[in-house]
Design a binder for this molecule. Structure first.
Ligand SMILES: [Zn+2]
Length: 147
C-alpha cells in the first residue's frame, strides 16, 4: 500500500481513511489536498479513480480544469478531450440534458470533444472504461492529423 502521488508507504489507518473517502490510496497529505478539491468542485469519487487509472497507463489528465468558463472534471489537453462523470442518471431532467448538450456544443466550438461517462461504469468496469478512453484518444489524434 503506497500513495499514488508520492509512493510513500501507507499505514493501515491512512489506507483505510483514504479508501473510505477517496476510493484510492493516498497519504494523509495528498488525501487532504484531494479532499479540498473534491469539496470545492463536488467532484465524484469515480472521477478520482479514473484520474489515477489513466495516470497509471501513462495518460496525464487534469482534474477539475478551469476552461475559462467552467470546471471540466477531467481534461486530456493533448487531444482536447473533456470527460464529465454522470451521477444520478435516473434523475436527469430535460433542463440538465439541454445544459449538457450546450456544454458539449461550446466544447466542440473551441475544438474540444466532451464525453460523459456514467459513474457506475467506472465503479464496476474501470479497465474497460480506460481502454475506451484510450481508443477515443487514438481516434482524436488520428482525426487531428487528417485536418
Ligand atoms: Zn502522498
Amino acid at each position: 500500500m503506497t500513495c499514488l502521488e508520492c509512493k510513500k508507504e501507507l499505514g493501515y489507518i491512512d489506507h483505510k481513511k483514504s479508501m473510505d473517502s477517496m476510493g484510492v490510496e493516498l497519504c494523509a497529505q495528498h488525501r487532504k489536498r484531494m479532499e479540498m478539491l473534491v469539496e470545492r468542485n463536488n467532484t465524484p469519487k469515480e472521477a478520482i479513480r479514473l484520474y489515477y487509472g489513466l495516470k497509471n497507463v501513462g495518460v496525464n489528465p487534469m482534474l477539475e480544469w478551469w476552461d475559462g468558463s467552467k470546471f471540466v472534471t477531467l481534461a486530456i489537453s493533448r487531444v482536447k478531450l473533456n470527460i464529465e462523470i454522470d451521477t444520478d442518471l435516473q434523475l436527469i431532467s430535460h433542463e440538465r440534458a439541454i445544459s449538457n448538450l450546450e456544454d458539449a456544443m461550446h466544447s466542440f466550438k473551441s475544438g474540444f470533444t466532451t464525453i460523459r461517462i456514467p459513474h457506475v461504469l467506472i465503479k464496476h468496469y474501470l479497465n474497460e472504461t480506460i481502454d475506451n478512453v484510450l481508443g477515443i484518444m487514438d481516434g482524436l489524434r488520428a482525426n487531428a492529423k487528417v485536418i
